[in-house]
Design a protein around this ligand. Structure first.
Ligand code: CA
Length: 220
C-alpha cells in the first residue's frame, strides 16, 4: 500500500514515516503543500495523511484542489488541539477522518486501515482466497488457519494481489505499492517476493504471465 504523508514538522514526519513503514506501507513524505500537489499529480496513492498547517499551500487548500479533480483517495487530516475551526474546514473540504496531535501511532494505523477498507467497499476485515486469509489490520496471514510469517514486502505484495483477484498486475504496478521514494528497488525484487510467497503459501497461488505480470486467479 502506497501512502502519501504530508507533514512539515520534521521530527513528527520522520516518526510517522518510520511507524507506517514498519506497518508495511510504502511511504512518500513531503513537507509542504506544493510538493504534495506535485506528488499527487504524478503518483497513485491508496491513502493520504495530511497535516493542515503547511508551508506554500495549506492542507485545506490542497484538499479542495484534490476533491476538485474528483479524486476519491481517502484523506486523514492531522490537526492541532486548539483548531476546531480548521478541523471543520478540513472535513468540509473532503477529509474522511481526522486525528488531533499528539496522537498514538497505533491509532493512526488502525484508522488508515479502516479508511482503506471503506474505500475498497469491503465489509469484512479479512481477505480470503481458498485456504489463505489475510487480515490487514493485524498484518496477519493464515493458511488453513495456521499463521504464516511474511516479510513486510511479501505481505504488501500478497495484499495487492488479493485486492485484485482475477486481474493481472504488471511488475511496475506492484513495485509502486512496495516502495516509497528514495527506497531503492532491487532488480527482480517482485520475482523474488513471489518466489518466497509460493514457497510459503503454495506453488499455484500466484500465476506468472511471462512478460505481462502476476495474478491470483478466481477460485473455481
Ligand atoms: Ca504543520
Amino acid at each position: 500500500m502506497r501512502i502519501l504523508l504530508v507533514e512539515d514538522d520534521a521530527l513528527l514526519g520522520d516518526g510517522v514515516r518510520a511507524g507506517l513503514k514498519q506497518a508495511g506501507f510504502a511511504v512518500d513524505w513531503t513537507q509542504d503543500g506544493q510538493a504534495a500537489k506535485l506528488a499527487l499529480e504524478t503518483e497513485a496513492y491508496a491513502v493520504i495523511v495530511l497535516d493542515l498547517g503547511l508551508p506554500k499551500l495549506n492542507g485545506t487548500e490542497l484538499l479542495k484542489w484534490l476533491r476538485g479533480r474528483e479524486s476519491k483517495t481517502p484523506v486523514l487530516i492531522l490537526t492541532a488541539r486548539d483548531t476546531v475551526a480548521d478541523r471543520i474546514a478540513g472535513l468540509n473540504a473532503g477529509a474522511d477522518d481526522y486525528l488531533i496531535k499528539p496522537f498514538d501511532l497505533d491509532e493512526l494505523i488502525a484508522r488508515l486501515h479502516a479508511l482503506l477498507r471503506r474505500s475498497a467497499g469491503q465489509v469484512t476485515l479479512t481477505l480470503q482466497h481458498g485456504d489463505i486469509e489475510l487480515t490487514p489490520s493485524t498484518h496477519q496471514v493464515r493458511k488453513n488457519g495456521l499463521p504464516i510469517e511474511l516479510s513486510a514486502r511479501e505481505f504488501s505484495l500478497l495484499h495487492e494481489l488479493l485486492l485484485h483477484i482475477g486481474r493481472v498486475q504488471s511488475r511496475e504496478q506492484l513495485e509502486q505499492h512496495l516502495y516509497g521514494w528514495g527506497e531503492e528497488v532491487e532488480s527482480n525484487s517482485v520475482e523474488v517476493h513471489v518466489h518466497h510467497l509460493r514457497k510459503k503459501l503454495g506453488a499455484t497461488l500466484i500465476r506468472t504471465l511471462r512478460g505481462v505480470g502476476y495474478v491470483i486467479d478466481k477460485e473455481d
